[in-house]
Design a protein around this ligand. Structure first.
Ligand code: F6R
Length: 608
């Protein structure tokens, strides 16, 4: 989704803003722009398309001198992606420019009011009302104008403001959209996330909703919504620059697939003490778990699919009913939630609007909320009663890989932790599970090694126009995630079905040459899945099987096979998804797709 950056200091702002915007490209965008203050004026350049277009227009920033400014990558919501709708937006008097991430829900009413007062609009965006409001309220005091403006806005915003009359000052405001402040030496920054800042500073301030900051080269002041100064803690970011760069790989996605063993190790190892799972910041007592009549898992996209696998594991180990709900549905479903419900919210970015709304809804109904999240200080982390971080490091490719597998690992650990506390499993059994969890990083490495020649399969299947993924039980969850990866980055029609559902409709679509990818790793149901494979083969399908290393039976039906190591069957999703990640990567590469930044997609979906 949109990304914003701001800089004030003693060097030219434009090149720094462009660098920051490039780091935010992964969030998804369709136009970009920057504005700087210089010699009492605001200069502004924006363009549709990629940031390289913007760099060309302003000679990589050299043609736009000025020591402070703001920048934006836009992911269109209101108004088509073109030069005019791109941000920054300028006030009618040319004194103010703003960048905005979020949606102003009452913009139509505000627009009418401003039109009736003689303000003119250039764009179709909801954002433009903000800059005209600032102009309207400005009586020589920018802080006051910014506060009056924010009091009029309904919806979500991370906002950056510059004014030609105070050229070294930036304002940054946050309401339900991500925004952080970077504190440097003689220079300060704001940005949608830390990846845009870590080249310059690792000292950050996380703003809360309703807070706003005034940035000058030598100081940062944070205010609450009533304009009272507040003391904020400066946090040191643990991610390093290298982690947010490609490190020799052609794409971030491939790098992140290969990083999974390390990421899983970082997620698992610190939580294993003397053969038990221990979470650093929270404790669920046996009493609390006894009082829990239901666990609800909520998330979107891949995080939801991790939750689907988590349901199988938690129910199997803890015998507590679990339902996994899409956050976009849960939030509007009048959910049956009480103080006896544990809500597990899963999010890599921690900023997904639907997940946040579902959490708020369930919290208001009394649920205890545990968040599984990757980004420290994110909204999901702040809203939760307890947080379990995934420690995957920055995930830059839009299609999640290590984010997803680390979420699975946390769910496995949580399930084992709860099973030990409720006493549904003996402590000996729990120790065995813990050992199996500790093997996951190695299992994933083995899955990577076993599928090193996926490039060939990618080539072979790149011309398919549609793919079916079938599997049973947790293999079905692997299929859901595998199909999502395939459609996201290679734009092929890829649908996942529970294998037993084929006969209830989808089999009508199976015919000569239709590719069916069949996950058959869950040994208990292997024969059942084989029957389904036979059914599709009998109708002319070509079958790519995913099976456990050493399984020869699969060759009796499958045309090709990708192997994964034998693990605890309950925890197999993490390794079994790896060949599908690699396959979608190589299919997309073969088809020349923009793998790290697929069309229409955004990394962090901060609007509904
Ligand atoms: C798919 C993908 C998305 C996200 C979803 C939730 O590869 O990345 O489906 O999983 O948008 O995002 P988070 O986890 O940030 O809440």
């Amino acid at each position: 989704m949109c990304g914003i950056v701001g800089f004030t200091g003693r060097q030219n702002a434009a090149p720094i803003l462009l660098e920051g915007l490039k780091k935010l490209e992964y969030r998804g965008y369709d136009s970009a722009g920057i504005a700087v203050t210089n010699e009492g004026k605001i200069s502004l350049v924006k363009t549709s398309g990629k940031i390289v277009n913007l760099c060309e227009k302003i000679d990589n920033g050299a043609a736009l001198p000025g020591f402070s400014g703001i920048g934006h990558t836009r992911w269109a919501t209101h108004g088509v992606p073109n030069d005019i709708n791109a941000h920054p937006h300028l006030s009618n008097d040319g004194k103010f420019a703003i960048v905005h991430n979020g949606i102003i829900e009452n913009y139509i009413v505000l627009r009418e009011e401003l039109l009736s007062k003689g303000y003119t609009f250039e764009s179709d965006t909801d954002t433009e009302v903000i800059v005209h409001l600032i102009e309207m309220y400005y009586k020589g005091n920018l802080k006051e104008a910014v506060m009056k403006t924010s009091a009029r806005l309904e919806g979500s915003y991370a906002l950056g403001v510059i004014c030609s009359e105070c050229p070294d000052t930036l304002y940054a405001m946050k309401q339900a959209s991500p925004l952080i402040i970077g504190v440097g030496v003689g220079e300060n920054f704001f940005a949608s996330d830390v990846t845009a800042l870590i080249n310059y500073t690792k000292n950050v301030i996380y703003l809360e909703d309703g807070e706003f900051a005034e940035l000058r080269p030598d100081d940062v002041t944070v205010y609450d919504c009533r304009g009272r100064k507040i003391d904020k803690e400066i946090t040191r970011v643990v991610w390093d620059v290298e982690a947010a760069e490609k490190g020799g790989y052609e794409h971030f996605m491939l790098k992140e697939i290969m990083e999974q063993p390390r990421a899983l190790k970082a997620t698992i190892e610190p939580r294993i003490k003397d053969g038990h799972v221990v979470f650093e910041d929270f404790e669920l007592t046996a009493e609390e778990l006894k009082n829990t009549d239901r666990i609800v898992i909520t998330a979107c996209g891949s995080a939801y699919y991790a939750g689907c696998a988590g349901k199988y594991v938690i129910e199997e180990l803890c015998r507590i009913p679990v339902s996994t709900e899409l956050a976009s549905e849960l939030r509007y479903s009048n959910p049956i939630i009480s103080d006896r419900t544990i809500l597990i919210a899963i999010s890599q970015s921690g900023e997904t609007a639907d997940t946040i709304a579902a959490m708020k809804e369930c919290k208001a109904r009394g649920a205890k909320v545990i968040a599984i999240v990757n980004v420290v200080g994110s909204t999901v982390a702040k809203l939760a009663d307890h947080v379990i971080y995934t420690w995957a490091g920055p995930e830059i490719a839009v299609a999640t890989t290590k984010g997803y597998t680390t979420q699975l690992a946390v769910l496995y650990m949580l399930a084992t932790y709860m099973a030990e506390r409720t006493g549904t499993l003996s402590s000996e059994k729990c120790r065995e599970l813990v050992q199996d969890i500790c093997h996951i990083p190695g299992d994933i490495q083995r899955a990577i090694d076993l599928n090193a020649d996926t490039r060939e399969l990618g080539r072979k299947y790149s011309k398919c126009t549609s793919m079916f993924f079938i599997g049973r039980n947790i293999d079905y969850c692997v299929c859901l995630e595998g199909a999502l990866k395939m459609k996201e980055i290679s734009y092929l029609r890829a649908e996942a079905y529970a294998a037993g559902e084929l006969k209830h409709g989808p089999i009508a679509l199976i015919g000569d040459g239709q590719l069916v990818i069949a996950a058959a790793c869950y040994e208990e149901l292997f024969d059942k899945t084989m029957s389904n494979i036979k059914e599709v083969k009998a109708r002319g399908a070509e079958v790519l099987g995913i099976a456990l290393e050493g399984n020869r039976k699969i060759f009796t039906e499958a045309d090709d096979v990708m192997f994964v190591p034998k693990t605890n069957p309950l925890f197999n999703t993490a390794a079994a998804v790896v060949p599908l990640q690699l396959l979608s990567y190589y299919v997309a590469k073969e088809n020349g797709c923009d793998i790290d930044k697929p069309k229409n997609l955004a990394k962090s979906v901060t609007v509904e």
